[in-house]
Design a protein around this ligand. Structure first.
Ligand code: AHR
Length: 495
């Protein structure tokens, strides 16, 4: 038996909807035959796959980071604008593939409007720098009257795009990054670039690169160095994390939220340390702009020089357990809603994506699609603190941790309270009791679990794993009771 305490009076913070962001990189089949496939039966006049657009809207994604990822660190944005028949084919050094440049800045803006998402733009601070970043923001954000915005208008886009959020490079701490830098080198470049870009458009919001994950040798020191230089100029510091089961240790994998939680706590502590050093009133917030389950053990690492324009890369097929973990990672982001203001599930389509497509074929929802879509749809505007007492589980990686991992939200306009809970025990169901104080009733209880925890969705069987409605969850005498099977994700809506 476990008890979960929740009260609309105990608030974590207001939910920034950009927490339900995702990521489109020019990598594998994310763009080409993912979101863009002229000639596909569902393609619109711009070549965007309507079947994918529909799924993106259903997923509830609010913001999409673009164009990379590692790709951005040797990307020349100018190659991707203007008449398509004049755009160069280029070698992409990050993924060693040919980039045909048939989809670029203007196409992404048109796509993001159709998808109803806010763009989050990354600039190349690997092979390029301040000048190109400034020119890009001139192209995208200024009204006509000078040469770069005039080029945008000549390319058919009269109104400035007004892109607000800009990532100052990508994973610049990683030795794999093209143009990888030391913390000092990066900090100086980020400082100068943000300063110059803001002179073009004072309304910009900046994300400085944090560490690529919390196990990087420079983690902590990197954030401190970067923020000491850029504190007054940037708004957010980035975090990236990918999880997978290691050596068959599924117990630790189900508890991966522990790592994400500790990672967030450490970055908040480092940012606040710099705040103290600077005697500043400003608070740096977090952009967790790459997170997901990724079976990196299946990734070859070194890629051959591949001249195919479209070739599958890291198209992981997600299981039930993967979906439970993705649900628990989202819970973690919500638990930190006071400091995490942006988060991007990486990536959106095909490349470790919640949506999969066949070229010239169908599009379907992976298992991880479901907890994301339900959370994005039903999470209320205020995140509430939850306290759980109850059973614990032993994990080789994180020690003994509570079996239940939870958060809750409150929507003032409807009075709806939504509980999001994961049972991380592989073996035991948990009977849950939630004392309530305000005459709430159960609207619905949806869950994701399966006797076959390795079940997946495929093109042939796209709905093998879908959320199940749980009957029997009820409120009696102001106590909500529910039974949570082993290794399961839950959303309980109360009103
Ligand atoms: O999302 C795949 C890759 O993972 C991104 O390009 C990079 O930023 C990260 O290492």
């Amino acid at each position: 038996m476990a008890r979960l305490a929740v009260d609309p009076a105990f608030v974590v913070g207001a939910l920034d909807r950009r927490l339900f962001g995702s990521f489109v990189e020019h990598m594998g089949r994310c763009v080409y035959t993912g979101i863009y496939e002229p000639g596909h039966a569902s393609a619109d006049p711009d070549g965007f796959r309507e079947d994918v657009l529909e799924l993106v809207r259903e997923l509830g994604v609010t913001a999409v980071r673009y164009p990379g990822g590692n790709f951005v660190s040797n990307y020349d944005w100018e190659d991707g604008v203007g008449p398509k028949d004049q755009r160069p084919r280029k070698l992409d050094l990050a993924w060693r593939a040919i980039e045909p440049n048939q989809f670029g800045t203007d196409e992404f803006m048109a796509w993001s409007r159709k998808a109803g998402v806010e763009p989050i733009w990354a600039v190349n601070l690997g092979t390029r720098g301040l000048k190109e970043a400034v020119e890009l923001v001139e192209y995208t954000n200024l009204p006509a009257g000078t040469s770069l915005p005039d080029r945008r208008v000549a390319n058919g886009n009269k109104e400035p795009y007004g892109i607000k959020v800009w990532c100052l490079g990508n994973e610049m701490d990683g030795p794999w990054q093209i143009g990888h830098k030391t913390a000092e080198e990066y900090a100086r470049l980020a400082e100068e670039t943000a300063n110059a870009m803001r002179r073009v458009d004072p309304g910009l919001e900046f994300v400085a690169c944090g560490s690529s994950n919390r196990h990087m040798p420079t983690f902590g020191e990197w954030e401190r160095t970067v923020l000491e230089r850029t504190y007054d100029l940037v708004d957010h510091i980035s975090l990236h994390a990918y999880y997978e089961p290691k050596n068959g240790d599924q117990a630790s994998f189900l508890a991966a939220a522990e790592d994400m939680d500790r990672f967030i706590d450490s970055v908040v502590a480092t940012a606040d340390h710099v705040k103290a050093l600077k005697r500043s009133d400003k608070e740096i917030t977090l952009s967790f702009d790459e997170w997901n389950v990724w079976y990196q053990q299946h990734f070859p690492g070194e890629l051959g020089l591949d001249v195919r324009e479209v070739s599958p890369l890291i198209e992981d097929t997600y299981t039930v357990d993967d979906a439970v973990v993705v649900g628990s990672l989202l819970i973690t982001l919500l638990r930190h809603a006071d400091r995490v203001k942006i988060a991007c599930l990486a990536q959106l389509v095909n490349v470790i994506g919640p949506i999969r497509t066949e070229p010239d074929g169908r599009a379907w929802r992976q298992t991880i699609f479901h907890p994301f879509a339900l959370t994005a749809k039903h999470a209320g505007s205020t995140v509430l603190r939850t306290e759980v007492s109850g059973p614990e589980v032993d994990t080789p990686e994180y020690g003994r941790v509570p079996a239940l991992w939870s958060t809750a939200t409150y929507e003032e306009s409807t009075g709806e309270v939504v509980l999001f809970v994961v049972n991380r025990s592989e073996t035991d169901k948990v009977d849950l009791e939630v004392p309530l104080h305000s005459g709430l009733r159960v609207i619905e209880h949806l869950a994701l679990y399966d006797d076959d925890r390795s079940a997946v969705n495929t093109a042939e069987d796209p709905d093998r794993v879908v959320p199940r409605r749980i009957d029997g969850t009820e409120v009696i005498n102001d106590i909500c009771t529910a039974t949570l099977p082993p290794a399961s994700w839950h959303m309980i809506r109360l009103s």
